[in-house]
Write a protein of this length. Structure first.
Length: 339
């Protein structure tokens, strides 16, 4: 589904304390993605322009979201440094003098007037535990009195509309039953199957010795930055992204290419070619649903992360995707190719 500006998919930001709702938020994000929605959670963050602090990044992500889903429980999470928070002091509502990162996400949602859906796993008013935290509250790292005051502020001072959930499946059912734009429930924007790329990345990461014996020249002209300038313009890939992300990954391209060219990895090269063809065809067919080309990288990344097998491999996922782009396996190669 497209957002109101018709240039990118509908974007729902999921706010939660990782230690309390980490797995349930990942399941929710996967459900939303299966409906063609981009579900952002904090582990999806990357370096962004004009964001000096994590709080700056939160403001940018929430401010550009179409909706925010806030999961509120017993844990508060940590506070940002005072200097980082001072920049955004005008966002805090009257009577609130400080907030944790997760609480800031709700304050940003209200400040930017985003659609806000709040779900509680714990009822502070009567002490009822509806959802057992994935890890219990820690008095050393959580501000328990502050979190209690925050929850009561939401329910009693503001009187926010809310629901309580008891399990991962219960939460997902509640959210999918919300009165969302009907297009969200119409199914995924496109069906892609990234399993082969997922398996290839895992195999590559754990079998480095299979390509060490076949070095590739570091001066391979195919990956020279000046030669990719025209491709970037054809595909609407921003110069900032190219300079800050792709060029940084280029030193690793020779290892990937050596791996794929090694005769012992012929079967893996075939899998790579198949997934590259699938990605190229599907994303070209749906190209108008994305803005800058880097949003396509993010979409594939989100789909891979939702499967769960590549946890902790964020950098390697992007490196493979950047290699596919620079090797002309992803994105248009000439202006004549249909977007």
């Amino acid at each position: 589904m497209l957002s109101a500006d018709q240039h990118r998919p509908f974007h729902i930001f999921i706010s939660r304390v990782t230690g309390e709702f980490g797995r349930v938020s990942e399941a929710l994000a996967a459900d939303l993605r299966s409906k063609g929605v981009v579900g952002k959670v904090q582990i999806d963050f990357r370096q962004e322009e004009n964001t000096e602090t994590t709080l700056d990044k939160l403001a940018q992500y929430v401010g550009t979201a179409d909706a925010v889903i806030a999961l509120v429980g017993q844990r508060s999470g940590s506070y940002p440094p005072e200097a980082a928070a001072a920049k955004w002091a005008n966002v805090l509502p009257a009577g609130v003098i400080k907030a944790t990162y997760t609480q800031w996400e709700v304050h940003f949602a209200r400040y930017y007037k985003r659609r806000l859906s709040i779900y509680f796993g714990f009822d502070q008013a009567n002490g009822t535990v509806h959802f057992k935290p994935e890890s219990p509250p820690d008095p050393k790292s959580d501000d328990l009195p502050g979190q209690e005051a925050y929850a009561l502020w939401l329910t009693e001072t503001l009187g926010v509309d809310r629901d309580y959930f008891t399990s991962e499946h219960h939460l997902c059912r509640l959210i999918l039953k919300e009165n969302w734009p009907v297009e969200i429930m119409s199914g995924p924007a496109m069906a892609i199957h990234p399993q082969d790329l997922e398996k290839l990345i895992l195999f590559f990461d754990t079998n480095v010795d299979l390509f060490e014996e076949q070095p590739i020249s570091t001066n391979d002209p195919e990956f020279a930055a000046p030669l990719l300038k025209a491709k970037n313009e054809i595909n609407s890939l921003s110069e900032d992204y190219f300079q800050s992300s792709i060029i940084e990954d280029m030193p690793q391209f020779k290892a990937i290419q050596a791996f794929l060219m090694n005769p012992r990895n012929q079967e893996w090269r075939k899998r790579y070619s198949n997934v590259a063809r699938q990605f190229r065809n599907k994303y070209q067919a749906h190209r108008n649903e994305f803005g800058a080309f880097e949003k396509i990288f993010d979409d594939i990344f989100d789909r891979l992360q939702a499967r769960g097998a590549l946890a902790g491999q964020d950098a390697l996922i992007y490196t493979f995707l950047h290699y596919m782009y620079c090797n002309c396996d992803l994105g248009r190669r000439t202006p004549e190719e249909k977007p």
